[in-house]
Design a protein around this ligand. Structure first.
Ligand code: ZN
Ligand code: ZN
Length: 136
């Protein structure tokens, strides 16, 4: 199996993942809206142990989610590209920002989460499940 690869806009950070995705979808939480521009963040999950950085080191910004979990958002300090996150309540999974994949078209959205925070002007595709908070 070939690694799934990606990185940031400026090329300072590169990564490889030796696993198939274990899920993915759209996060409408307010925190993600700051990073995405207001629309949901598109996130694809992988087993964390299959992820490795091949170039550079992202910077981390820590905050506390609405469920009181400590969450780090990892991004390129040079160009600002959002790479991944670390949710301390689910450390085995690494959510990868779909836009950082070399081939974002491989993404299959399976759910919307935190739809209670979605902006009223954002059209939510009703063909996949919606959760007002997170899906766990
Ligand atoms: Zn960069
Ligand atoms: Zn979010």
């Amino acid at each position: 199996m070939q690694d799934i690869t990606g990185g940031c806009l400026c090329g300072a950070i590169r990564y490889a993942i030796a696993a198939r995705p274990i899920g993915g979808g759209f996060c409408h939480c307010r925190d993600c809206q700051y990073l995405s521009g207001g629309t949901p963040a598109s996130v694809i999950g992988f087993p964390r142990k299959a992820f490795r950085l091949t170039k550079g080191e992202p910077r981390a910004y820590w905050s506390t989610s609405d469920r009181n979990a400590r969450v780090a958002r990892l991004f390129c300090a040079d160009c600002g590209t959002r790479i991944s996150a670390l949710n301390e309540s689910n450390p085995e999974t690494i959510p990868i920002s779909v836009g950082s994949l070399d081939d974002p078209s491989a993404f299959t959205p399976m759910a919307h989460i935190w739809t209670a925070s979605a902006q009223p002007w954002h059209h939510i595709d009703p063909s996949i499940p919606c959760f007002e908070a997170d899906a766990v």
